[in-house]
Design a protein around this ligand. Sequence first.
Ligand SMILES: [Zn+2]
Length: 319
Amino acid sequence: MPRTSGERGVAVSLILARLLLIAIIIVPSLPTARSLKVYISVDMEGISGTTSEADVGVEPDPDYDLFRRIMTDEVNAVIEGALKAGATDIVVEEHHGARGFRNILLDRLRPEARLIRGWPRPRGGVTGLDSRFAAAMFIGYHAREGTPRAVLSHTFLAGEVADVRINGRSVGEGEFNAIVAGAWGVPVVLVSGDDVVVEQMRAFLGDVEGVVVKRALSRTAAVIIPPEVTIARLRAAAERALHRLRAFTPVRMKTPYRVEFAFKPKADERIAQIVRKHPEISQPAPRTLARTCQNVNELIDFYMTALGIGLESPPVLKR
Ligand SMILES: [Zn+2]
């Protein structure tokens, strides 16, 4: 029997209602746009142009503001590249200790990034980094203490730390942060600085994106690649790195970590205090502190104790 137009209307309405119900049930379970969270750690010794302590604000100098501007522009370039490659959340960490870790110019920084600024912080130089990030980028970095020719090379505290070793291997700030990131499953995908740090980090990490912003001649001299050039290269490298994200693997360092901090004579008093207060820390040599760390949290804990950068202590980092 043919349906009347009224019956047809009811049938169509029922079908529409069912489709709507199905849509309500299914839509929330469909995958949302994939999140791509990027952690950008920014130091200043490896920014285009900086060659002296004065340039990076350790001593007063009229040019310091110029380098803060270049630093901010290099960070912006990395942010732009990351956004172009689909980054959905960007955290920038100020890694340079001058002025209490307050160097990036806020009125110039791109608004898409959140900035970790100031000192002290609950996890020192790796604050904010965790397993939710898809990638880490180290911008403006420098080679580790004692590296020949490298511009403004040091490890954490220039006047105090002679060497840091994890499982027998010397590490600088870049390698240390890469080990922490790796423990959380986060690969380092881009490193910038002088040619020495880029080479040093590639020797440790493999084929990551590297942007050389200056060719080192000595600890305080370099052939500068102009910021206009480095900015374009950083933008392209950040984008390229995220496009080939699957090519990178996080650093996997064997646990437990055997960690040693070797100090210079300037740190003698602090070494004695630390050994008195911390029975888990041993002193295998007069100026060396050591601890076996079962996991990344113990590694961070030891790093903060050894450098005296806990939240309870005043900020002591020069850079
Ligand atoms: Zn620095």
